[in-house]
Design a protein around this ligand. Sequence first.
Ligand code: ARG
Length: 458
Amino acid sequence: MEKLWSGRFQAQSEEWVNGFGASIPFDYQLAHQDIAGSIAHVTMLATCGIIAHEEKDQIIAGLQTIEQQIEQGQFAFSLAHEDIHLNIEKALHDQIGPVAGKLHTARSRNDQVATDMHLYLKQQVNLILEKLVNLQKVLVAKANEHVETLMPGYTHLQHAQPISFAHHLLAYYNMLSRDEARLLESIKRIDISPLGCAALAGTTFPIDRQQTADLLGFSAIYDNSLDGVSDRDFIIEFLSNSSLIMMHLSRLCEELILWSSFEFQFIEMADQYATGSSIMPQKKNPDYAELIRGKTGRVYGNLFGLLTVLKGTPLTYNKDLQEDKEGMFDAVKTVSVSLDVMAGMIETMVVKVETMERSTEKDFSNATELADYLANQGIPFREAHEIVGKLVYNCIQKGIFLQEVSLSDYQAISPTINADIYEVLASRTAMNRRNSYGGTGTQQVKEAIQRAQSALEK
Ligand code: ARG
């Protein structure tokens, strides 16, 4: 098949070599943006008197027909035409004849593809933001049901201090708020038009870059044409933001997997978000949580892939840049579906409140309470820490917990210890009393939920 750039060539590549260079197997996903960019471009060419208005109308009508064909699945994408830009341009020629050749006046595929990517990513980041906020709402709603639910708070995966399950869920809400802020901030750098930078150096035609930017809804235009065609920072930034989102989801998945194990039994995943085993009839596996954790790897891979692609490319466009696409499409798809699956898992999981609460009593997570109690009575905290540490050791030898030590044994340690110590040692008291700002105390958690709810309403 004759190529659109064949003038300078004598021989043609074999099919498999064309296949190596082609991006159409994946950049067909930019068809809609490509057509929008072309319509804006010819509209501008006509207003600037570079092409005639009738020519513009013919081209736009042809592009609209092609768009319909693509939407209805009737468009045959061809490997011989390399990429989405040439596929559409070739179809336009077939549709309206030689006037189609005027579309590419004052434009190059270099500014064209960059424009497509900016348009695509702007749309996708907005969709991802919606999914992210939805997950935040699900987390806050779940937290709202569990303000009073006790669970062991961990450090080093060892019981540390009793906390509210709501407080734990809200920590993820807060992580996602930072992700949201980063995505919103990144839109400033996505929402810039490279159209009109042409191949690299701008064009001799009297174009109006501001007009195409306005038509396409961009807030700004690239200041430097060389930068405009070769910048892929906005994609790297997206992959970086996506990596952080996936890392957060992966940490939560890790917890869901642990919590649904026989050893923890803090939650049970809903049937819809678990799978069985082909051999072991008893199994209920948290496959989807594992898969999100696993897919985090590919998003990191996409980030490192593109950083590495860019590091050695001289200005301006190099075919290396075509490698920006698959990782971006893959990250968009992975992050989007992972956010939805996570929301579904959290919404439907069964929280085993009793097991969770019981595990805050069969442990020494109230040791800090006792040390604080002694410190409040004037014993220097370090000394109190030492006393309680020894007591914990003795309890372990005897197989009892701090709340089972008799009052006389306590008074042997310090005569000022009263019967109120048992109330102090209760895990609910321990949780409730942590009312410093941002702490797990019930009052604090309720206020945190209110702050989250009002932030989410905006
Ligand atoms: N398919 C190419 C890409 O994705 C489009 C730009 C091609 N430009 C060029 N000068 N070969 O990067």
